[in-house]
Design a protein around this ligand. Sequence first.
Ligand code: FMN
Length: 155
Amino acid sequence: MSIAILYSGRYGTTKGVADRVAGAVDGDVPVTQIRRGIECPDADTIVIGAAIYGGKASGAVTGFVESHRDALMGRRVLLYVACLYDGERAEQQLADSFPPWLIAHSSGRYYVGGQVVWSRLSFFHKLLMKRVAGIEGNVERLRSTEIDRMIADLR
Ligand SMILES: Cc1cc2nc3c(=O)[nH]c(=O)nc-3n(C[C@H](O)[C@H](O)[C@H](O)COP(=O)(O)O)c2cc1C
C-alpha cells in the first residue's frame, strides 16, 4: 500500500510531523508541500496535514482539496491539524479547515498539537501572538500520542 503525505505549514511543525510519520512507516513516503497547482500524488493513501492560523488552514489547502475532489474520493485519506488548541476547539478548527465531504470520507483525523519557535516568527506574527494569545516565547505542545496513533493506523 503506497502512502503520500501533503502538508501546509509555515514554521516547520506540520512538515516535522509529516517527516516523522514518513520515517516511521514502511516504504518510500513522499512528503510534499501543498502549493498552488500541485497534482494529487498517485498513492493509495493520502495524508493531508494543515497548520492552523487564525482558526483554520490556509487557502492553499482548501484550493487543493476542492480541485482534487474526485481523486481524493477514490483514495484512503487521513487528515491532521497542527495547532495550539486541543479538545473541542481543535476539532472545530479541523472542521473549519476541510470540507464536510472530505471529513466524512477520511478514515482518520488527528490533532497533533503545535509549537511556537519564537525566533522563527515574523515580526507581524510575534505581534499577533503577543496581542491575541499572550504568548511571548517558545511553546512546545506536540502530542506524540496523536502522531503515534496516526502511524499505527497507517501500518
Ligand atoms: C500568527 C499565528 C496564528 C495562530 N493561530 C492559531 C489558531 O487560531 N489556533 C491554534 O490552535 N493555533 C494557532 N497558531 C499556532 C500554530 O497553529 C502552531 O504554531 C503550529 O505549530 C504552526 O505550524 P507550522 O510550524 O507548521 O506553521 C497560530 C500561530 C501563529 C504564529
